[in-house]
Design a protein around this ligand. Sequence first.
Ligand code: MGP
Length: 265
Amino acid sequence: MCLCRYWSQRYTLFEAYDSGIYLTDDAWFGVTPEPVAQCVSCPFPGPSPVRLLLRPLNKVSLGLTSSTKYRQIAYEVAGVSPSKTTIIDLFAGVGGNAIQFALSERWDRVIAVERDGDTLACAQNNAKIYEITNEITWVHADSFEYLKLALEQPNKLHEALRIDPAATVLFASPPWGGPGYRTDDIFNLHEMEPYNLKRLHEAYKSLDYALYLPRTSDLRQIARLVPDGKKIEVVQYCIEGASKALIAWIPAEGSPHETFYYYDE
Ligand code: MGP
């Protein structure tokens, strides 16, 4: 596949690209662009070169709500209850999101899980460029296996890799089966490869989790994850007015909250 169109976006993916950022072939199209992943210290980004506008979805009948604030992932996830002190990036890739979580200084622990050793090496190199290597706990593992152990058999994990589930939030930016998703008017999340929505939800549902998905994802499929009588937020993340992806913010099963981040609106 020709990566030319992604090369022209290199500074949008990582502003520090010229400082020695490493990407794998897959990361060129799968990494979260920095302005989307970024955390800025001010509540709503002003001088940033790119502004992200949340698009109201008008899908109230599906149990979805919306807001009109400017938002970015790391900033937004930082707004969760202070009782949450650990964030796990389950598909860390080359580190786009994990680096921003660490830079936010919001978390006591940022755990980044990546199955592919070369990709993980890129992420560690990139974190070094942002001078936060030691702020991230790197896990070279299949994230489903790691999470299962962390939740069910923590004694099998090194102490440094154990978590307190009540204090943990999950972030998952899984593969979508390549850039082919763009040709679908509505992306069928049940056919997403290699992990479909059901598989992801089953693995994550006991914790609050944020799922980064194609902008055209079938909202009806996401809405079916919402417990009766509740609403969740689904947010489109845009660069220069064009959506790049959406995030479904799903509260843990049994949670009294409709979503898991809280703003002073
Ligand atoms: P894109 O496919 O390059 O679309 O990805 P773009 O830039 O909107 O192109 P257009 O010509 O259609 O307008 C947009 C964003 O989606 C990327 O920057 C990634 O953040 C995300 N993305 C794309 N893919 C294929 C994946 C994927 O497989 N997994 C994840 N997690 N994110 C992806």
